[in-house]
Design a protein around this ligand. Structure first.
Ligand code: GSH
Length: 206
């Protein structure tokens, strides 16, 4: 059996898809959660391949890039569709979530500028991406983001909404997704989906 260790913060955004999928797949893995200052320490020690987290270590080989890890774990969990069109639909949504995360304005000269940049981001690009996800979900028949089957796109959208809900990105409405009825409904369905609900319930007990 492979030795698997995921190292990240005690945060969902770039790790929960991997954690949930490995759990769904029944894979035994070490879920190492480090405090924020530990990143600098690990970088300094030269133990992170790209100086970044998350890192997924499989039998001594360290992998970077959370979407790559998520796809690997989703494949093990059986939620990575084989049909090319279903896969394209799923990937498109995952990439929208990823792009949104990468484009949140972080650099600003002061709080006032940060507030202005984030509010502008929320009302323009972010609104466009959420409206797009909402439209796409609405176009598909079935309960899930790409249609009849639960896929990694469902997790990606739920995790993005949870990240916003955490309040980590200040000046952006924590319930931003609630203005988009299909995204809102999907978020609630994913949270209630048994393997996901079971995973989060198991985390609360810790
Ligand atoms: N492209 C990487 C980005 C990872 C990333 O930026 N992680 C942040 C923490 S959430 C980090 O390690 N930042 C430190 C740095 O980039 O120097 C991925 O998809 O995993």
């Amino acid at each position: 059996m492979s030795q698997i260790k995921l190292t990240y913060f005690d945060f969902g955004v770039r790790a929960d898809a991997v954690r949930i999928c490995l759990t769904m797949a029944g894979v035994d893995f070490e879920d190492e959660r480090v405090a924020f200052p530990k990143l600098a320490e690990l970088k300094e020690a030269g133990v992170l391949p790209l100086g970044q987290l998350p890192v997924l270590e499989i039998d001594g080989v360290k992998f970077t890039q959370y979407n790559a890890m998520s796809r690997y774990a989703a494949t093990l969990a059986g939620i990575y569709p084989e049909d090319p069109v279903q896969r394209l639909k799923m990937e498109e949504m995952i990439e929208v979530c990823t792009e949104l995360l990468y484009k949140v304005p972080f650099a600003a000269k002061d709080e006032e500028e940060k507030k202005a940049l984030r509010e502008q981001f929320a009302s323009t690009k972010m609104a466009t991406w959420f409206a797009f996800l909402d439209k796409r979900i609405g176009e598909n028949t079935g309960d899930w983001a790409v249609g009849e089957t639960f896929t990694l796109a469902d997790l990606s959208i739920m995790i993005l909404c949870d990240f916003l809900k955490s309040g980590f990105i200040d000046y952006i409405n924590v319930n931003f997704h609630e203005d988009y009825p299909n995204v809102k409904a999907l978020y609630e369905s994913v949270k209630a989906y048994e393997p996901v609900a079971k995973y989060y319930a198991s985390q609360q007990k810790k």
